[in-house]
Design a protein around this ligand. Structure first.
Ligand code: CP3
Length: 339
């Protein structure tokens, strides 16, 4: 598998390519299925999750499929009242604020509480060609905490920061429970057939480096240490994390996902020779004219040449309004490339 080679930090004849949120609303076949099912049903019915995961693989021939689910799904068996409202994004009504709330968080057993997700993985792995990797994923504890403590889109993080500063013991208890869920879910996904895993830390980048080290890094290290023995590539993606790369080096990831604000060469200098890179096309570049998309893809690939393993991706999720033709021309540019 080209994806696995690059994720193991080997130089490849062309970079493998997949896109974050590659299964989703920019695809007419996704919108068709979604018009008949709720988002959470699509995550929870294994046959639907498998179908949606495979849609972008059939259409574009990406080198990796990512399980169709959501980082917030494992919070439901932990006790969260999660809903996805049209246009407003996720909402959790029973927010975590006090030590009593945190004491009530359940510790999950993925084989029992995430059976649908694991069944979807087994179906997808059976359907995929042996050349296409299947990526399992979870949210980083800090990002999951952001949603649960704030009750939805976290910005400006007032309640989470209040807990961090006023009641660090409760904050750390919450992070420990979330870390166990994340590590156990990812291990179960690999046992069910995922070839690699990725941890999404969408909000980790809001912390300055000294707070990242105190409140986030210890949990990431714990998770990645537990996952080492699975023997699969482990990716850590942090959005807006350019100022954190010295510390990200210590997470224990095989691959680090970089957003478009940080250049790959700067990231490589700070992360060192042992870590493969993934990224980092600005998702809004897919609204540019075709020639600009192509030249930007070439610029990224030439920057990545000689840096070791490299996986082409966006710097964050693909936007729902993205034209299909832009994705087609991006894939064409990458796949036709002879390095
Ligand atoms: O990448 C993939 O194709 C796999 C599936 C996937 C989804 N969400 C599907 C989804 C993955 C890997 C995620 C991760 C996720 N979910 C993150 C981390 C990565 C990131 O984007 O920063 C976060 C923060 C979430 C939480 C979440 N889920 C939000 C904030 C939203 C609403 C925002 C939006 O884009 O509408 C979701 C909903 C969601 N998750 C959708 C999809 C396809 C849209 C749901 C719909 O069809 O209405």
């Amino acid at each position: 598998m080209l994806y696995i080679e690059a994720a193991r930090n080997k130089a490849t004849k062309r970079p493998p390519v997949w896109l974050m949120r590659q299964a989703g609303r920019y695809l007419p076949e996704y919108r068709e299925l979604r018009s008949r099912h709720s988002f959470l049903d699509m995550c929870n019915v294994p046959e639907l999750a498998a179908e949606v995961t495979l849609q972008p693989i059939r259409r574009f021939g990406f080198d990796a499929a990512i399980l169709f689910s959501d980082i917030l799904v494992p919070l439901v068996p932990m006790g969260a009242d999660l809903t996805f409202n049209e246009g407003a994004g996720p909402r959790i009504s029973n927010v975590l604020r006090t030590s009593v709330d945190v004491a009530g968080m359940k510790v999950i057993d993925p084989d029992h509480d995430l059976t649908n997700v694991l069944k979807a993985i087994r179906i997808i792995r059976r359907e995929l060609s042996s050349e296409t990797a299947l990526i399992g994923f979870a949210g980083a504890p800090f990002t999951l905490a952001s949603y649960w403590v704030e009750g939805g889109k976290p910005d400006p993080f007032r309640n989470l920061k209040t807990m961090m500063y006023q009641d660090p013991t409760t904050f750390h208890q919450m992070m420990n429970k979330l870390s166990d869920t994340v590590a156990d879910s990812l291990s179960a996904m690999v046992r069910s057939g995922a070839n690699a895993v990725q941890v999404f830390d969408t909000w980790g980048g809001i912390l300055p480096a000294h707070e990242f080290r105190a409140y986030n890094l210890p949990y990431l290290k714990k998770i990645f240490t537990k996952l080492q023995s699975l023997g699969v590539p482990l990716t850590y993606f942090v959005k807006d994390g350019g100022h954190l790369l010295q510390d990200v080096r210590e997470v224990g990831a095989t691959v680090v996902g970089i957003d478009w604000r940080t250049s790959l060469s700067v990231a490589h200098l700070q992360l060192g020779n042992e870590i493969a890179l993934q990224g980092n096309l600005d998702p809004t570049m897919l609204f540019a004219p075709e020639q600009m998309i192509r030249s930007e893809a070439r610029r990224i690939m030439s920057e990545a040449t000689d840096l070791g393993g490299f996986i082409f991706n966006l710097g964050h999720g693909i936007l729902p309004q993205t034209p299909i033709s832009s994705v087609e021309c991006l894939i064409d540019e990458i796949k036709c490339r002879k390095i």
